[in-house]
Design a protein around this ligand. Structure first.
Ligand SMILES: *Cc1c(COP(=O)(O)O)cnc(C)c1O
Length: 409
C-alpha cells in the first residue's frame, strides 16, 4: 500500500486540513480559478528551488532554464529573472523567451530539425544557435549570407560516453542529437572557413537522473571531451554548456538527488577548466529539477463508484492533461505519482481508491489503488510533482475536452 503522499508533500503546507498553494488554501484557489482541472505553480517554491541549486553550484557557473519543461509564459517570465539563460527548442519557445526581455545572447536554441524559418528567426533575433549536424551548419550559413547576419553558434556534441541510469538518454552511441564527437574536429575546421561567430560547445547527455555518481561521471567526461575538442576550435571557447540531467523523485522508494558530490566535483573542475579554456563560461541547463516540484495538478471528483469491490474516483482531469502521471501510454509498469485529496489532508477516514479521468480508455488513470482520504463528489484530487512536462507534454486534444487552466500563485 502506498503512503498517503510521500515526503515531497511537505513542500506545500497544510492548514486546517487543506493544502496551501502560494499561501492560499486550495479550496479558495479552486474558487478563484473558477473551474477545474487546473495546474498551479508556486512562485515562492520556484524561487527557493533556484536558490537551493545555486547555493550548491560554484558561483561562477551559469544556470539556464530549459523552457520545454514548462513554457507557461508567466512562469518563464518568473524564471527569466532568476537564471542566467533560457534554452529553447522551437520558434514558439524562442518567442516565449524573447518576450521576457532577456538578452538575446542569453538565449540558446538547440534541437534537431530546425526549419529554415526557425533558423531565420533565430538569426534575426541574434540568439545562440546550437548546431545539430553538418548539414544544418551549411543551411544556416546560406541563410545567414542571404540575410547579411553573422550567426552566433554553439556546436552540440554527441559524446562517445553516456549518462548512466538516466530516465532518458540523449547522448552516446547513434543519436539524432548533436554531432558525433569524432566528426567535430573536421566540422570546426570547416566552420573556420565560414563567417560564423563561434561561442562554444554543448554536451547534453540525458534527463531525469537521480544518481549523483552517474551525473558526476558524465560531467567529468564532458569537461575532458570539451578541453580535447577546444583545440580544434576556430577561436577560444566562450561558452561550455554541460547539460543537466538532474532528476526529481516521482515514485515510492525514489530518493531526492543529493547535490553534494555534484557540487564537490564541479568545484574541483572549475579552476582546471578555467586554466585549460581561459575566458570560458560554463553553463548548466535544467528544466525538470527547477520547476517539477513547484507545480500541482488539481482535478475535481465528478463521480464516485464501486466496481466489484474497488472504489473508483472519476475526475474531470486525466491523461490528456497529464500523460506522465497516467503512465505514458502504458509502456512502463504503472507507478503512482504522489496523489492526495487536497481539501482533506488530515483527520479524515481513509480508503484505497483508483483515481481515473473521463477518457474512454483504461489508460486514463491518475492513481491506481492508492490510499487516500475517503473522497466524495466535489473533492479536489491533487497530483504532486506536476510542474514539469505536464500540460504541454500531454495529448490535450484526445477526446476533445477543454484545456485546463494554468495559474502561477
Ligand atoms: C530537455 C532538455 C533539457 C532539460 O532537461 P531536464 O531533464 O528537464 O532538466 C536540457 N537541455 C536540452 C538540450 C534538452 O533537450
Amino acid at each position: 500500500m502506498n503512503k498517503p503522499v510521500h515526503a515531497l508533500q511537505t513542500l506545500f503546507p497544510v492548514k486546517d486540513g487543506c493544502l496551501q498553494v502560494g499561501g492560499i488554501a486550495l479550496s479558495r484557489l479552486a474558487q478563484r480559478v473558477g473551474r477545474t482541472p487546473f495546474f498551479a505553480y508556486d512562485r515562492a517554491l520556484l524561487s527557493a528551488r533556484v536558490a537551493h541549486l545555486r547555493a550548491a553550484l560554484p558561483p561562477e557557473l551559469r544556470l539556464h532554464y530549459s523552457i520545454k519543461a514548462n513554457p507557461m509564459p508567466a512562469l518563464v517570465q518568473h524564471m527569466a529573472r532568476l537564471v542566467d539563460g533560457l534554452d529553447v527548442a522551437s520558434a514558439g519557445e524562442l518567442k516565449c523567451a524573447l518576450d521576457t526581455g532577456i538578452t538575446a545572447h542569453d538565449i540558446s536554441f538547440a534541437g534537431p530539425g530546425k526549419t529554415d524559418a526557425e533558423l531565420s528567426q533565430a538569426l534575426a533575433a541574434g540568439v545562440l544557435i546550437h548546431l545539430e549536424s553538418a548539414s544544418e551548419m551549411e543551411r544556416l550559413d546560406r541563410l545567414a549570407m542571404a540575410m547579411g547576419i553573422a550567426p552566433q553558434v554553439v556546436l552540440r556534441v554527441n559524446p562517445d560516453f553516456e549518462l548512466k541510469s538516466s530516465g532518458m538518454k540523449m547522448a552516446g552511441g547513434a543519436k539524432p542529437f548533436g554531432i558525433d564527437a569524432e566528426l567535430v574536429p573536421a566540422l570546426l575546421q570547416r566552420m573556420a572557413a565560414l563567417s560564423m561567430d563561434f561561442h562554444g560547445l554543448q554536451i547534453f547527455c540525458g534527463s531525469q537522473n537521480l544518481k549523483a555518481q552517474a551525473i558526476v561521471e558524465a560531467q567529468s567526461n564532458t569537461f575532458r571531451l570539451a578541453i580535447e575538442l577546444a583545440e580544434y576550435a576556430p577561436r577560444p571557447l566562450r561558452l561550455l554548456n554541460i547539460g543537466g540531467g538532474l532528476g526529481i523523485p516521482y515514485f515510492p522508494g525514489e530518493v531526492a538527488l543529493d547535490l553534494s558530490s555534484i557540487s564537490d566535483n564541479l568545484r574541483q573542475w572549475m579552476p582546471k577548466v578555467g586554466a585549460a579554456l581561459p575566458g570560458v563560461q560554463v553553463a548548466l541547463e535544467s528544466g525538470r529539477y527547477l520547476v517539477g516540484e513547484a507545480g500541482i495538478y488539481v482535478a475535481k471528483v465528478i463521480d464516485r463508484k464501486i466496481s466489484r469491490g474497488e472504489v473508483f474516483l472519476v475526475t474531470d482531469g486525466g491523461m490528456h492533461h497529464h500523460l506522465a502521471a497516467s503512465g505514458n501510454l502504458g509502456q512502463v509498469i504503472r507507478k503512482n505519482y504522489p496523489v492526495a485529496v487536497g481539501n482533506k489532508m488530515s483527520g479524515s477516514e481513509r480508503e484505497s481508491a483508483t483515481v481515473v479521468g473521463p477518457l474512454c480508455t483504461p489508460l486514463d488513470v491518475l492513481a491506481g489503488q492508492i490510499e487516500l482520504a475517503k473522497a466524495d463528489v466535489g473533492d479536489l484530487i491533487v497530483v504532486f510533482q506536476s510542474g514539469a512536462y505536464g500540460l504541454t507534454a500531454s495529448p490535450n486534444d484526445f477526446l476533445s475536452h477543454a484545456k485546463p487552466v494554468e495559474v502561477l500563485v
